[in-house]
Each structure stands twice: as C-alpha cells, then as structure tokens.
Design a protein around this ligand. Structure first.
Ligand SMILES: Cc1ncc(COP(=O)(O)O)c(C=O)c1O
Length: 397
C-alpha cells in the first residue's frame, strides 16, 4: 500500500484525537525508526519517553517471543510468575514494598488517587479525600487523572470533572502549605513537569514537600511516568532529591515498548487495598510483564546506560545552549538527563516539521517548548547531528 493511501485510511477510520505528522512508521531499531517509504529518522521522541532502551531491544523481543508461546494472558483470579518476578525487581530497586499493575500511565494515577483516599478512610479512619496537585501538571486523560491535571485546556468540554483536587503553582512550597485543610490526604507531583514544558523545580522542592507531608501525615505521591526508569540520570527522579515517596506511578519506559503501568507503595499505604477494592483485567498480564522484566533487567544490568544519561544530558544542554546564545528567540534551555526542553519565543510546530524533513523526530509541548526525550542509548554524534540541523533551521527564521 502506498503511503498516501495509508494516510487516507487513517483519516477515514481513526478518531481525530491527535495532530499527527504525515508519516507512517513501520520499523525501529535502537535510536532509529523507518517510515513506509523506507526513510530513516533519528528518534528524539522515543514514543514519548517510552523506548528508553531503544526500539526493539533484543532482550525484550526474545522475552516476548518466549512468553507468547507459553502463556499470553490469565485472569488476576490466579497468580502468574512474570507478574510476581517483575514486582520483585521493582521492589528490590525502589522505596516500595508492594506493586499494583495496570496498563497505562493514566490508570496508575487512577490507582494512586483511589489508594490515597482509601488509605485515609480505611486505615487512618479520617474523612480525608482532597489531593493537592500542581499547575502545569499532566497526569493523564481518564477522569481522575484528568481532574488531577491542573491545566484547564484538557478539561474543556469534559466538565464536570471529579471533585477533590486543589491546584497550586508548581515549585512553590508556600502555596502547598496554604492549600492544606482538614480534608487533605495527599500531594501528587511530577519530579519534573514533562508535558507542562520540561519544568524543573528547585533542587530543594521535593525535600520540602516530603517534610510537609510528614508533618501533616499526608501522602507524597510521585508521578514518575515520564521521569522514571533512567530518564533523568537516576533510576527514579526522587533519587536526586534524597527522599522517598509513599506512592509512585510508573508506565511509559517500564514495558520496553509494551503497554504496562504500575502503582508502587509502601506496606503501610498498600494495606488500604484489600480484595475487591481495585482491579484490572489486563493489569499484570504475563506478556506485558515478561517484556517489562526483560527491559528492567537490561536497564539494571547495564553499567553504562543510566550513568551515561547525566553526561549525555549535559552535553545536549551545552549544545542547545550555544544556539540560545546565537538566536534571540531562544528563551531557555532546561531539563535533567535526557529529558531536555528548549523554550522559544516562536511556535515550535514549524521547527518540529522542519526537523522531520531533515530525518529527525522531535516533539513540542505547551506550543513553544521543544522537548527532546531520545532513547537513553543516543550518542553524542546523533546529538551533534540534531543540533546542527536545528541551527540550520533556526538560521532561516
Ligand atoms: C507525567 C505523566 N503522567 C501521566 C501520563 C499519562 O500516561 P498515559 O498516556 O500512559 O496514560 C503521562 C503521559 O504523557 C505523563 O507524562
């Protein structure tokens, strides 16, 4: 089938919820993807921070093939080994004692909201349900996560949203203190706001939030869906702050490309979930868990990938910093590890399209922030290629 016919079918049969590039991707290997016309691209999007190990990592592919031949799905009315083994690895490498599996980021946020409310009601025996969330946040598209997301543009047309969320400015501990009341049960925050424009808070922010939550006996819940699994140069974003949360949400990079989400919590908090309290048909599916286990092991057993992320991120920001000095419409370069943003005074849409023509996939968020989330195995040479291309594109503006 020729590309124009595939695109016509896409417009005809798929609901119009995304503004997509006119590109059909058919193959991926490492840092590269290929379109239906055989053209190669360097991928600085990674399926939105999903393919942290690169596309089609051999260990993930083999694990999927083996598991697909053995057992693809069983109900959570029974136990399955890939699910248990994955939970073991997640617990051994985090603050958490217990895991609940689901299928996406937004579902893990739904689970966190339910867990926080239930913990207050069933364990603390208090009438607390309100969750403080941050302006500019992004937690997902289902109703609970959407309501936690403090950006009205995502709510428009879908009201009424779920009550029980209190929005405060990001990176402002005083505002969090001011939002506390007798009904507050948790604070929900991203260590870095990804969708919200790669906003990096002060290094003390998470520590201050931890102290605030301890003082008031409320839960600190970290949405590490975008920042987790090596993206910022540590396995989890919270490690930079020297704190641990009570609850954490994961998805994106967890499955090495397979859809899976996870809700992690301490024993103290997890006890609020008892049989029947929460569930998912596909959550913890053996196939998705086998892929995630292989991806986790590949990430953890490799001594190079995560330590390199900080170096590559600094190299990347340095290169983009040179463009900031050269072009007055570049407002700021920021980020941590390989979650990098470049804020412009001009719309980013045209720059994304121009990069595409040069064989480079990049992303833009909040209209003016170019966002780069390459596979963690990206090389300096590939970063150089991108920066040289952006330089050429900016020179024409
Ligand atoms: C921080 C954060 N939370 C939640 C989500 C929602 O994840 P999903 O699209 O898998 O539902 C995203 C997706 O971009 C995200 O970046």
């Amino acid at each position: 089938m020729i590309t124009s016919d595939i695109l016509a079918d896409s417009h005809k049969y798929i609901m119009n919820t995304y503004s997509r590039q006119p590109l059909v991707l058919v193959k991926g290997r490492g840092t590269k993807v290929y379109d239906s016309d055989g053209r190669e691209y360097i991928d600085f999007v990674s399926g939105v921070a999903v393919c942290n190990l690169g596309h089609c990592h051999p260990r993930v592919v083999v694990a999927l093939q083996k598991q697909a031949q053995r057992l693809m799905h069983v109900s959570n009315h029974f136990h399955n080994e890939p699910q248990i083994n994955l939970a073991k690895v997640l617990v051994a490498n985090s603050f958490a004692d217990k895991v609940f599996f689901c299928n996406s980021g937004t579902e893990s946020v739904e689970g966190a909201i339910k867990l926080a409310r239930r913990y207050a009601r069933e364990v603390l025996k208090q009438d607390r349900f309100e969750i403080i969330t941050m302006r500019g946040s992004f937690h997902g598209r289902t109703y609970g996560a959407l309501s936690a997301t403090a950006q009205e543009k995502f709510h428009k047309g879908f009201e009424p949203i779920v009550p029980g969320f209190r929005y405060v400015p990001f990176n402002d501990i005083k505002a969090v203190e001011g939002a506390l009341n007798a009904h507050t049960c948790a604070v929900l925050v991203e260590p870095i706001q990804g969708e919200g424009g790669v906003s990096v808070p002060a290094p003390t922010y998470l520590k201050e939030l931890r102290a605030f939550c301890d003082k008031n006996n409320i839960l600190l819940m970290l949405d590490e869906i975008q920042t987790g699994l090596g993206r910022t140069g540590k396995l989890y974003g919270y490690e930079h702050a020297g704190i641990t949360p009570d609850v954490m949400m994961l998805a994106k990079g967890l499955g090495g490309g397979m859809p899976i989400g996870a809700l992690l919590a301490t024993d103290k908090v997890s006890q609020a979930f008892t049989p029947g309290a929460h569930g998912s048909t596909f959550g913890g599916n053996p196939l998705a868990c086998a892929a995630a286990l292989a991806a986790m092991e590949a990430l953890l057993e490799d001594n190079i990938i995560i330590p390199n992320v900080a170096l590559l991120g600094a190299y990347f920001q340095q290169g983009l910093g040179k463009l900031k000095q050269k072009y007055s419409f570049v407002r700021e370069v920021r980020g941590q590890g390989l979650l990098v943003g470049m804020e412009l005074d001009i719309p980013g849409k045209d720059i994304v399209a121009a990069c595409l023509r040069e064989g480079l996939l990049i992303n833009c968020t909040m209209d003016t922030v170019l966002r780069f989330m390459p596979p963690l195995i990206i090389t300096e040479e590939e970063i150089d290629l991108l920066i040289a291309s952006i330089d050429r594109i900016f020179a024409k503006h």
